[in-house]
Design a protein around this ligand. Structure first.
Ligand code: C5P
Length: 238
């Protein structure tokens, strides 16, 4: 049980075309666990009791979403996304009328998110009132490449983390900072990078490393495996 007092709204940028997957359709619509990646992701968020609404940002020419069962869900609304991920997130945030809400921004392409990790991130607001992100410590030895394809140096990994999603911030402040960062020409690859640019240092909340972003064709069977593993654990606990 969490004791978060503000409303929590999930924002799902799903307007990408997923060119790195080399698939027939945008990657969020590729089959997974009997439905598709986006359906699985949306279901994790829609079924979480602390999340009051889910806003999904879609490509202007999206012809798949309306056919998903989640499109009719009473907690779900749709907006048209933009040219970059950050534009899609801004479009979704701009549609909110709740002034005090917190936004939980989560990539459509990360279907293996668990309710436990969402709970952990929400609970972290006590420690990190400025907002926080799920992240995973780097495990491998890290190398910086030189221009000629060789190793330039080994980078100490102790302080390095993979930034995951969800990323959790006050919605209105996040929208304003994202807009300012874009206007200033900052390359905003996640919400935290815009907050950092504004001098606000988000908390790092250690999340599950299996919360992968499906990016390449090889990632899909891995996501399937992780999901079945989560299902087995859930069944064993019931
Ligand atoms: O391409 P990548 O995997 O980095 O995209 C991360 C997320 O951002 C995906 O869920 C994708 O659909 C979304 N996105 C978006 N609008 C864009 C580009 C990407 O909503 N213009």
């Amino acid at each position: 049980m969490n004791h978060f007092s503000q409303e929590i709204i999930a924002i799902v940028p799903a307007a990408g075309i997923g060119s790195r997957m080399q698939a027939q359709c945008p990657k969020q619509y590729l089959p997974l666990a009997g439905s598709c990646i986006l359906s699985v992701t949306l279901n994790v968020l829609l079924s979480h009791p602390a999340i009051s609404r889910v806003v999904v940002a879609l490509h202007p020419q999206d012809e798949y979403f309306a056919k998903l069962p989640e499109a009719q869900h009473p907690k779900l609304t749709q907006v048209i996304g933009g040219g970059e991920r950050v534009d899609s997130v801004i479009a979704a945030l701009a549609s909110l009328h709740e002034v005090d809400a917190w936004a939980l921004v989560h990539d459509a392409a990360r279907p293996c998110l668990t309710h436990q990790d969402i709970d952990k991130l929400i609970a972290s607001q006590r420690q990190f009132p400025q907002g926080a992100i799920l992240a995973a410590p780097v495990r491998d030895t890290m190398k910086r490449a030189s221009g000629n394809g060789c190793i330039d140096t080994t980078v100490p990994r102790e302080a390095l983390w993979h930034a995951l999603t969800p990323q959790f911030f006050p919605a209105l402040q996040l929208k304003q900072i994202l807009q300012q960062a874009v206007a200033a020409g900052v390359n905003v690859t996640d919400e935290a990078s815009a907050m950092e640019w504004a001098g606000i240092m988000p908390g790092l909340v250690s999340g599950r490393a299996d919360n992968i972003k499906v990016t390449h064709p090889d990632d899909l069977p891995l996501a399937q495996l992780y999901l079945s593993h989560h299902q087995h654990i859930k069944q064993a606990l019931e």
